[in-house]
Design a protein around this ligand. Structure first.
Ligand code: BGC
Length: 742
């Protein structure tokens, strides 16, 4: 072959190889250069499908036609391979054939439903939480979904706020660890794998601090509080590689988060150099008009885009106004390009340009939605999420040979109640796969145990007609189990409650059953910490069973009968009553701290209520007991480049296998700003056979000692620290001191 031909063929081959191996950035740029301004703006537009509405539908565009014209970049609330394929086929009729993204709130499972996120947080089991998100992703992705609007990583110290159910509770350290694990679980090894979905860190930011615990309400917060308490879980999701962010409905110090350039441009895309995209919350761009921050939808579009919101969920402000705003030279096209680039990048990463139907494979869908391994995991994780609050006289675990058990209460038989607010509505799937609490008990006990049932009361009414029947079956039983709580739609979005007592007459029902003198176990099912003072003081055994998902019944039975020894610990403080809210364990000491629960004169206390909570953060019992001993620090004095190795022995002093969440708290005794009385800085969940002792190791480094100082710099200040090892924030078993020197 002649030399020139060889060179030419080499060049051609290299060109082909090069074009096949273009980077995603190159592919995005190439596509962007072919797009009209209208098509670009289309990519920033997201609409809901007609499947379920997870927000108020205020617009009614002809979505099918708009998709064909390339005016929609993403749809939410379209489920299943059949429907996602139908919609994707419309996108394939558009000029540039840019695939749609299908988003969905896959918050705690898809078909297989796991415990609500707050409940799962009570497991303090990061692997379990990663696994449940993984399984949710496997199922959702097999059903055509590319993107979940989860995890919600909002810290909240206010159980009146209905959305505490969706988060990891009140603590920033625990919340950050969980945020990281959940993102890893949803996104799997890498985006582009057929069973990975994009995760969303939401709601950016401070949504959980709504005034009065009322959803969507304003937030007024210091910079220090923002940086120290509310931002870190979001940063953790970035460290985990989260694909997208969602902003929040609230204003922060007067500026709606959606139109907040400080949050989105300066912190997120600036300081944190975030390369994913930001979707608005449902209608939140348009809602800036109601906030009184934008004059009309056009100004709202201007403010949101310039502030860094890339995609408009369901307000149509972008699609209506951005083209005009560019033509009027108010919005530079470079800003539109930046937003489009971020979105196209994700579509390429997911592999949708290679195969837009990649996630719509009915055979995979069928298999993924009927996988017994998923059911098994849901049962195990549900059991791990249950918190044993009380167990006097060791009533629990129950024997499997009890002759007669009465199971009483409005939560015994319903199915939906176990699922909680954010369960995905799969209309084409019959819900009988959900295991009711009744079914779980039936599955568990042998033929020789007689089971009696009475509803007793509704969840939330004043009707006491069922009391007599409930008392009558209680009288016939050897043991009574009661299941009470909130209905599935009493915690969740727009489900703030000013009164978080057990609803209706349920606590009165507990009183009349308790009066029968029968051994009594109470199950409390809820999406938030509830107030149940009388029950807490007078009944001998209480399990906090939250909303545990599709395997609720089996998991509860596993714990009731000791097939699983409870290991959950509360991720939120339980108040004595609503007057204590906001309540959290890592408070400042004040200049006049109350030395004890009764002193009220000229100290920081209520004259009509103790300061301490009903159940503290980190609290939860086991059927066995644990002894903490031999706390050792490798050094009592370190400089900031050194570390302290902490060791502690934990012994299972009971007769059965158990797991303990060992918690490490630190206190910085004096700071350039006041520091909390204690802060969780590490934990380990340890498994111990009866009689077994394990030595746990923790490392304290500069990072764990740092905070935002008086100049808002992240520093560790020299001085004295206290290290506390505890079984809860209020049950510190071992303490020691050390000094940080310059
Ligand atoms: C919620 C979001 C959710 C979105 C889509 C909004 O109302 O605040 O958390 O992802 O709806 O369903």
């Amino acid at each position: 072959m002649n030399k020139h031909i060889i060179t030419l063929s080499f060049l051609i081959t290299s060109f082909v190889v090069f074009s096949q191996h273009k980077t995603i950035d190159q592919k995005v740029d190439e596509l962007l250069s072919q797009m009209t301004l209208e098509e670009k703006v289309g990519q920033l537009n997201q609409y809901t499908g007609d499947w379920t509405a997870t927000g108020p539908i205020t617009i009614n565009p002809n979505k099918q036609e708009e998709i064909k014209k390339g005016q929609i970049g993403s749809m939410l609330n379209i489920l299943g391979t059949k429907y996602t394929r139908q919609y994707q086929e419309l996108a394939m009729q558009s000029r540039l054939k840019i695939p749609l993204l299908f988003g969905q709130d896959v918050v705690h499972g898809y078909k297989t439903t796991f415990p609500i996120p707050l409940a799962e947080a009570a497991s303090w089991d990061l692997e379990a939480m990663e696994l449940s998100a993984r399984i949710a992703a496997i199922e959702a992705s097999a059903s055509g979904i590319h993107w979940t609007f989860a995890p919600m990583v909002d810290i909240s110290r206010d159980p009146r706020w209905g959305r505490v159910m969706e988060g990891a509770g009140e603590d920033t350290y625990l919340g950050s660890q969980i945020a990281y694990a959940r993102v890893k679980g949803f996104q799997g090894e890498k985006l582009g794998n057929v069973n990975s979905v994009m995760a969303t860190a939401k709601h950016f930011v401070a949504y959980g601090a709504a005034v009065g615990g009322r959803d969507y309400n304003s937030v007024d917060m210091s910079e220090r509080m923002l940086w120290e308490t509310y931002l870190p879980p979001f940063k953790a999701t970035i460290d985990a590689g989260v694909a997208t962010f969602m902003n929040s409905f609230n204003d922060l110090n007067g500026i709606p988060a959606t139109g907040n350039a400080y949050l989105q441009r300066e912190i997120l895309k600036g300081k944190w150099n975030y390369s994913g995209f930001v979707v608005s919350d449902w209608g939140s761009i348009g809602e800036m008009v109601n906030h009184g921050y934008a004059e009309n939808s056009k100004e709202a579009a201007f403010l949101a885009l310039t502030a860094g919101s890339d995609m408009d969920m369901e307000s149509s402000s972008y699609i209506k106004n951005l083209v005009v705003l560019v033509k009027e030279n108010r919005v530079p096209v470079s800003l539109i390009d930046d937003a489009v680039r971020r979105i196209l990048h994700k579509k390429f990463e997911l592999g949708l340009f290679d195969d837009p139907y990649k996630f719509s494979n009915p055979a995979r869908e069928k298999e993924a939605l009927n996988n017994p391994e998923h059911t098994k995991a849901a049962r195990e994780i549900a059991a791990k999420s249950i918190v044993l609050l009380k167990n006097e006289n060791k009533i629990l675990p129950l024997s499997k040979n009890i002759k007669t058990i009465a199971f009483i209460g409005p939560m015994v038989k319903p199915l939906r109640a176990n699922h909680g607010f954010w369960a995905v509505e799969l209309k084409e799937i019959d819900s009988t796969y959900i295991v009711s609490q009744w079914k779980g008990l039936v599955n568990k006990v042998g033929k020789n145990t007689k089971l009696l049932y009475a509803k007793g009361s509704d969840i939330n009414s004043q009707n006491k007609e069922g009391f007599a029947e409930a008392v009558s079956i209680a009288n016939q039983a050897d043991v009574v189990i009661m299941s009470v709580g909130e209905s599935w739609n009493m915690s969740g979005e727009a489900k703030s409650r000013s009164n978080i007592h057990l609803p209706g007459v349920q606590e009165e029902l507990i009183k009349v059953i308790q009066a029968t003198g029968k051994p009594l176990v109470v199950l409390i099912n809820a999406g938030r910490p509830l107030v149940f003072d009388w029950t807490a003081d007078h009944t001998p055994a209480i399990l906090y069973t939250w909303w545990l998902g599709s395997e609720s019944g089996n998991a509860i039975a596993d714990v009731l009968f000791g097939d699983y020894n409870p290991s959950g610990k509360l991720p939120m403080t339980f108040p004595r009553n609503e007057g204590q809210i906001p309540i959290y364990y890592n408070y400042f000491n004040t200049g006049r701290p109350a030395q004890n629960e009764t002193a009220t004169n000229y100290v920081s206390a209520y004259i009509d209520l103790k300061n301490s909570p009903k159940f503290p953060f980190g609290y939860g019992l086991s059927y066995t007991t644990f002894q903490y001993s031999d706390l050792k620090l490798s050094s009592q004095k370190i400089n900031s480049s050194e570390k302290i190795e902490v060791t502690v022995n934990i012994t299972n002093t009971g007769k059965i296998f158990g797991e303990e969440v060992v918690q490490l708290y630190l206190r910085d005794k004096v700071g350039s700003v006041v520091r909390p009385v204690k802060e969780l800085k590490d934990f380990q969940k340890v498994k111990l056979r009866a009689g077994e002792t394990k030595t746990l190791n923790f490392t304290i480094d500069k990072e764990k000692l740092s905070f935002f100082n008086d100049k808002l710099e992240w520093v560790a200040e020299p001085g004295d620290f206290e290290v506390m090892i505890g079984a809860s924030s209020a049950d510190i078993r071992l303490r020691s001191d050390f000094e940080l020197i310059k």
